[in-house]
Write a protein that binds this ligand. Sequence first.
Ligand code: CO
Ligand code: CO
Length: 314
Amino acid sequence: MERDPNLLVGAEQWADAVVYRLSKEIAIVQTLDFFTPIVNDPFSFGRIAAANSFSDIYAMGGKPVTAMNIVSFPIKEMDKAILKEILHGGLEIIHEAGAVMAGGHSVEDPEIKYGLSVTGIVHPDYFVTNQNARPGDFLVLTKPIGTGILTTALKGGALNDKLTAEITELMATLNKGASEAMMEVGVNAATDITGFGLLGHALEMAKASKVGIRLNARDVPIISEAITFAAMGMMPEGSHRNRNFCSNDIEISPQLDPLIIDLLTDSQTSGGLLISVAREKADLLLQKLIEKKITTAKIVGEILSKPKKIIEVR
Ligand code: CO
Ligand code: CO
């Protein structure tokens, strides 16, 4: 484990990204992410992978500055135009984030993979982590969940064009506005919802902050078609792993439809921010989110001091 005093957030703290202080005024925040295609259209894949890569910077309230491409591509077997489309999609999102594309690295690989390494800046005293959620806080989720189930359905050829376009836009939407809104309001903790699903990332936040969480399943924004596909058994592989990872620490109200738990543990790609905000500021946060055109945000729960289990779902 590294012990540099300027390493304000390192890898050991369930953190979204790494924060390193350069001076009293400025710290860099760094992250990287890449994965295999989850949609068929290469341009869309590039946009989604790039938006996902920025997410950890936004979860910490950072402003992205530079991005570098990470590429695996079967350059001898596959048309280079596909790679160009992926990179073009990524570049569009990099520009939307206000960052500059500064280079990258590619390797030959039978399987396509793409993502970004992103460096951003934060004030060393005013960034957000998942460690400071406080009892009484409300929890706000900014994007609906269900993209893991729906991209599994897409792979199985079961998703129509309209729904494919909808989830593509959702996943390609940067958490930029959500991050700006939370920094304007001042919040206690945040994280982004990705592979561990809403429950997994909520559990990380609770453990990191040494608090409990009550999640109100009925208030969680869910893409309605995801419930239909979950009922048909379209579950991504990660869901069972997520459920096992969480099971000892979670108490689920017996009245809840088990399908809802499938949604709450659904692995998300480029999911929304989960923000812990002082109760009296929650309305202001929702209002700021709406000003930034984020209309899907909802209060989904609250922070508890001493629950029976770390997370209560009711
Ligand atoms: Co994260
Ligand atoms: Co990440």
